[in-house]
Design a protein around this ligand. Structure first.
Ligand code: ATP
Length: 450
């Protein structure tokens, strides 16, 4: 049986050190979460898997790590200052604030009053003062998406790598949105991470590339253990499209609280590069862009055949790390009543701990020494975190590692000291087999490489 209940996930995440409410000992802060010892490993593994498939396994994508603090000029020309808003409704009775789409029957969801304000646009970007004088004249935004810094680095990257379309720039990093009502655990939060690829193509080839990236991204989610049956594709209605988009497909997933967006795959056209380009009139720009008197450069590419300069179109797959973690935990969470256990059946490349090495008797120096030796050898193979469990309670250790999704537990017992072998227990089948110490490294690496 898999989890369908958010409370089960929240409770496991707290109990086993995946996710905690942020600023917890001071009462927490809405829409902010911290990733604990297991959560941080799961997040790193998910991000590495994305980076591997987007950058390392291809030959047409470069990486970037840009700043979070962003000049207002960037977000002015990108259109975010004007349009990155949600419609906000106030309840005049209880003073609660809602996003318009949360209001049903023209009624406050909290106090049921019908005395509501008309919706008005509320900008979701966070501002912060820059420099020692906070007089409002010098400020930056915390970026609301990682994408804009990719666009403003376009020339730096093409100049330094000689890339021409089709090629992409990938970035993983924090984004901030002052969501009106953060909710559903880590699904809608105010600080989160995005994994974004901006893939630059020749105008005219954009629709084919859009389909290409949609397929790639669906396959990737399936490779992370997300059941394709729980994924639905939604083509965003024309009137709902973001200001930069010609077409967007939302990859929707059946989260415990309902069907919602896991990732968006948008055709951003030439809007962004066009908006950040100086002397825009020199180029054919298909999107409606505002005049730009601030930019110092042209974000253009020369067609090697026709020698004409053009502004590339952009296909953008943009996925949230937190939403990915939530979907993956939801898929992996399994209650086996017949075995009286809860087990996280994570894909092994995502497991926070790859193997737990357990000396059968706590603090028995010979057993602990041998366990340490096994741990350091497996750790040096570089496949992820391996840990020692020196609590002496093997049943408890198995339960804990089932719940955090450790694929294998390796027990060092007294027989190990005599015949140089260990017991390996498989998380999913619970089968145990005896493996010689001379073979444990290759057993372990072939398990994770397959
Ligand atoms: P939604 O409609 O759910 O608010 P969005 O369409 O505004 O999402 P995008 O701007 O397309 O989202 O951002 C790309 C991805 O970033 C989303 O698919 C999602 O995975 C993630 N994301 C966006 N906002 C949040 C948030 N507040 N908390 C967590 N992840 C988010």
């Amino acid at each position: 049986m898999t989890a369908t209940n958010m409370d089960d996930l929240v409770s496991l995440c707290k109990r086993r050190g995946f996710i905690f409410p942020s600023n917890d000992i001071y009462g927490g802060m809405k829409g902010l979460y911290d990733f604990g010892p297991m959560g941080v490993e799961l997040k790193i593994n998910l991000k590495n898997s994305w980076w591997k498939s987007i950058v390392y396994e291809r030959d047409d994508v470069e990486g970037l790590d840009s700043t979070i603090l962003t000049s207002p000029l960037v977000l002015q020309h990108s259109g975010h200052e004007d349009t990155f808003t949600d419609p906000l409704v106030d309840c005049k009775n209880c003073k609660a604030r809602w996003r318009e789409d949360q209001i049903v029957n023209n009624e406050c969801p909290s106090c049921k009053s019908k005395d509501l304000t008309d919706p008005r646009p509320f900008n979701l970007m966070f501002k912060t003062a820059i420099g020692p004088v906070d007089d409002g004249s010098s400020f930056a935004y915390l970026r609301p998406e990682t994408a804009q810094q990719i666009f403003v680095n376009f020339k730096n990257i093409t100049d330094s790598t000689s890339r021409t379309p089709p090629f992409g720039i990938a970035q993983i990093g924090k984004a901030f949105r002052n969501e009106i009502t953060p909710r559903n655990f880590i699904f809608r939060v105010r600080e989160f991470e995005q994994m974004e690829l901006e893939f630059f193509v020749k105008p005219g080839s954009d629709e084919d590339w859009h389909k290409y990236w949609l397929d790639k991204r669906l396959q990737w989610w399936s490779d992370q253990g997300v059941n394709s049956q729980k994924i639905k594709l939604l083509e965003v209605e024309k009137e709902e499209l973001s200001h930069y988009s010609k077409a967007t497909f939302d990859i929707m997933y059946e989260f415990p609280h309902g069907l919602e967006e896991l990732e968006g795959v948008a055709n951003r056209t030439d809007f962004d590069l066009g908006s950040h380009t100086k002397n825009q009139d020199d180029f054919k720009i298909s999107s409606k862009v505002k005049e730009n008197k601030d930019s110092t450069t042209k974000l253009v590419i020369q067609d090697l055949e026709t020698k004409e300069w053009f502004i590339p179109f952009v296909i953008e797959p943009s996925a949230g790390v937190e939403r990915g973690v939530l979907a993956i935990l939801n898929e992996a969470y399994t209650v086996e009543e017949e075995n009286n256990r809860t087990v996280l059946k994570l894909k092994s490349h995502l497991s926070p701990i790859k193997a737990a090495v357990i000396p059968l008797k706590r603090n028995n120096q010979d057993l602990v020494n041998l366990a340490n030796k096994v741990k350091s050898e497996l750790q040096s193979l570089g496949l992820g975190r391996v840990m020692i469990e020196n609590s002496g309670n093997i049943g408890k250790n198995y339960r804990r590692h089932d719940e955090i999704g450790t694929p294998m537990c390796i027990t060092v017992d007294f027989e190990s000291l005599e015949n140089q072998s260990v017991t390996v227990r498989d998380r999913d089948t619970m089968k145990q087999e005896r493996i010689s110490l001379s073979e444990i490294n290759s057993y372990y690496s072939s398990y994770f490489k397959n």
